[in-house]
Design a protein around this ligand. Structure first.
Ligand code: SF4
Length: 343
């Protein structure tokens, strides 16, 4: 397999161009074609000598990801089944909201963490995505919208901190001012609680948003929903979050999927408020969406409202997430599973 040109930093591309006996300024021209014009053929790089284009084509792949299937309509959340160079596939979700365009990208082909209500974990883990493939997902969203996304969330297939180096490389490429220039504060990394990733991210000096999938205020319930809790127990994860917040001065978002009779009682809302009181935290409550293989039921709307009121009374900033976005997101992984079943 050729390497992906979208996985290179600008200085790395400059070094490659010099190796090809071309002047360094060509790298900036190529970068412009890749990220401002977002071209899809080498021939479209019109101001590059033919010989240089041929050398690049011999060494690099220009299409890191392809849209195999797009579901949904322009005004609502759309899901793309993304084909990769080796025949694997992942999913991404495009979430428009007024002028805001958010793309939810995948970081791995499959996932090792097997959270109970997540389709992505059910088909097992295959491999990490390369940085260029993650950049490719964002470019596919830009192609569908005809403009670059304003926000990126890593909440698709995979655990981003289990593919730390490729994810951070992709983020630095996407954040580059001469590239797509997507601000770090507009990029959210969502983790199921992989402590070494939280600790490393605290040292990066990037203003990224961190989101933690919590889903329960006690270790027994969390362990039932999220097997990762055995490896990284709740108390240790929250200590890592506290250290992260102190180091970065950033607010952390806690994702909490409400499951009827499992984690939605008034006592659990009070426990959650107590647990998060020492942290700069906001809570996203997510209505459970049906996922094959998980028998849990969604919390009734009145119970959800009561849950949120308890948090608010305790001074915790909480929102009930838009059901359209959460519906399509929670089912993330199902297109891929369907495809695996038919190939
Ligand atoms: S929620 Fe995230 S970490 Fe858990 S199985 Fe799904 S993709 Fe993996």
């Amino acid at each position: 397999m050729k390497s992906l040109i979208h996985g290179l930093f600008l200085d790395e591309l400059t070094a490659v161009i010099r190796e090809m006996d071309a002047p360094a300024f060509r790298a900036k021209q190529i970068w412009h074609w890749l990220y401002e014009q977002r071209i899809t053929t080498w021939d479209a790089m019109k101001n590059l000598p033919t010989e240089l284009r041929a050398k690049l084509a011999e060494r690099f792949e220009l299409t890191p990801a392809r849209a195999l299937e797009i579901t949904g309509t322009e005004d609502e959340a759309r899901k793309i089944l993304v084909g990769l160079g080796d025949g694997e596939c992942v999913e991404e979700v495009l979430l428009p909201s007024g002028d805001r365009r958010t793309v939810c990208v995948s970081s791995q082909v499959g996932c090792k963490f097997a959270c109970a209500f997540c389709a992505s974990g059910q088909a097992g883990y295959k491999r990490n995505l390369l940085a260029g493939e993650i950049v490719g997902e964002v470019l596919l969203a830009a192609a569908v919208w005809g403009d670059r996304p304003g926000n990126i969330v890593f909440m698709g297939v995979g655990e981003p901190f289990d593919n730390y180096d490729n994810v951070l490389r992709a983020i630095r490429i996407l954040n580059h001012p001469d590239g797509l220039g997507i601000g770090a504060r507009r990029i959210t990394l969502s983790t199921c609680g992989v402590i070494p990733g939280i600790q490393r991210l605290a040292e990066e000096g990037l203003q990224l948003e961190l989101s933690l999938s919590l889903h329960a205020p006690d270790t027994a319930t969390r362990g039932q929903l999220m097997p990762v809790n055995r490896r990284y127990p709740l108390a240790d994860v929250l200590a890592a979050c506290k250290a992260y917040a102190e180091k970065t001065k950033r607010i952390i978002t806690f994702e909490y999927t409400l499951v009827r009779g499992v984690n939605d009682s008034p006592a659990q809302a009070e426990d959650l408020a107590r647990l998060l009181a020492p942290l700069p935290a906001r809570v996203n409550l997510i209505p459970l969406s049906p996922v094959e293989g998980f028998e849990g039921e969604p919390t009734p709307p009145e119970t959800a409202r009561q849950f949120i009121r308890t948090l608010e009374r305790a001074g915790i900033n909480a929102t009930l997430r838009d059901s359209q976005g959460s519906r399509i997101k929670a089912a993330c992984g199902q297109l891929r599973i369907r495809r695996l079943a038919t190939t």
